[in-house]
Write a protein that binds this ligand. Structure first.
Ligand code: IFM
Length: 405
């Protein structure tokens, strides 16, 4: 029997664009149409059905739920803020609180308003100011109801997919642009961190808890060599630790939000930058089980990452960890093995305060559309009927007692 600390945060996460539906003012909306990708359309209709989704989360004993606010709903045109849409999110947060579920609110989860993208998005030096202005509008109203904030979700994934690999809008392929975007998001976080604290002080509220949700892969090599060792070092720096070091130099983080899914397996065959920074070993000589997108399932990597985070001396919340699969037994196996590794990390002195599974619902998995099924809850995209999966019920037992049998 494995026992987790008392007051552990247990629950799941979603993001607005992936579940709400009809986010017509967001940059992904026209991009999906232009590129002929699967359209997000009505998504899970969570914008209307959030009450029933939170009833299910409550039944599943979740005490915390991570959600995001869609900037393009709040500020559909530059400088024009919607009280009506902000009120919608107030209602959403009240709906969680009414069910005794602690909200954890993300202010940016990959998507931008169309007008912001037309100004150059995160490449523009005005991005930091524009993002802060939106955050000020939102936080001033939500401060009374929210204790946990995440400014930006996965800045390194955003900059690499949108500005290096060219898989997300604006489909750039430039290391320089990616660096600029990541720097701007880092500054935006630092600025919004102070802004949120200032708002709480002005409103005489207890200090909030603020972080980013940072994607970290465990980096391994398939064989030991000088080039591979160098590649592991570089990837760890570039993707995993620079951004944390930078933010922490400014003392602008109260917890590390960790999004962990898989490992990178390095095997550098030449001296090109690409093979050092991305590219995985193509051979199948360390075959592992994979999720339906082909990512290696590697629970022990989570322990390794958590142990590496110990040096920052900050609480860690697993803000995402999950699997897309059509085999629900595999989902429970994934959950079980990852939770075991979280517990091992706690035993070894890592201050882990919570675990949020990605995701509550099946949802729109960006350029991969609706095929990947990450949800604890199955969504029928024709009828929008929800079906709770068996794995969700097993996880519910853990959420109830903090015990993994
Ligand atoms: O769906 C995404 C989420 O938006 C950010 N983290 C990873 C998830 C799975 O790819």
């Amino acid at each position: 029997m494995i026992e987790f600390p008392k007051h552990f945060l247990w629950g799941s996460a979603t993001s607005a664009y992936q579940v709400e539906g009809n986010n017509t003012n967001s940059d992904w909306w026209p991009w999906e149409k232009q590129t002929g990708k699967e359209n997000s359309g009505a998504a899970c209709r969570h914008y209307e059905l959030y009450g029933q989704d939170f009833d299910l989360a409550k039944d599943l004993n979740h005490n915390t739920h991570r959600l995001s606010i869609e900037w393009a709903r709040i500020e559909p045109l530059e400088g024009e803020f919607s009280d009506k849409e902000l009120k919608h999110y107030v209602d959403v947060i009240f709906a969680l609180k009414a069910r005794n579920i602690e909200p954890m609110v993300t202010l940016h989860h990959f998507t931008n308003p169309i007008w912001f993208s037309q100004l150059g998005g995160w490449e523009n030096s005005r991005a930091v100011g524009l993002f802060s202005r939106y955050c000020e509008f939102v936080v001033s109203v939500l401060a009374k109801h929210v204790h946990y904030w995440i400014t930006i979700n996965e800045p390194t994934i955003y900059s690499s997919h949108a500005y290096i690999f060219g898989t997300w809008p604006p489909q750039a392929k430039s290391l320089l642009k990616a660096k600029n975007v990541q720097d701007n998001q880092t500054w935006a976080h630092i600025k919004v961190y102070s802004l949120i604290n200032k708002i709480y002080k002005e409103q005489n509220l207890p200090k909030p808890v603020i972080g980013i949700a940072h994607h970290i892969s465990a980096v391994y090599s398939c064989k030991d060599s000088l080039r591979n060792r160098l590649a592991i070092f570089l990837r760890d720096q570039v993707y995993n630790y620079w951004i944390l070091d930078n933010i922490l130099r400014h003392k602008a983080m109260d917890f590390i939000g960790l999004n962990y899914y898989s490992r990178m397996l390095v095997d550098v065959k030449n001296w090109s930058l690409g093979s050092f920074l991305w590219g995985n070993c193509p051979d199948n000589h360390q075959p592992l089980k994979k999720n339906s997108l082909g990512w290696d399932i590697y629970p022990q990597g989570l322990l390794r990452v958590l142990l590496k985070l110990k040096k920052y001396n900050l609480p860690v919340i697993i803000t995402e960890n999950g699997i897309c699969t059509n085999d629900d037994n595999q989902r429970w196996e994934f959950l079980y093995d990852h939770l075991k590794n979280v517990h091992l990390a706690i035993e070894q002195g890592v201050d882990v305060r919570g675990y949020l599974y990605w995701s509550l619902l099946d949802n729109f998995e960006w350029h991969n559309g609706y095929d990947p099924r990450f949800g604890l809850i199955d969504v029928n995209y024709t009828t929008f009927h929800r079906t709770v999966r068996e794995s969700a019920r097993k996880f519910a037992q853990v959420c109830k007692n903090g015990v993994l049998e």
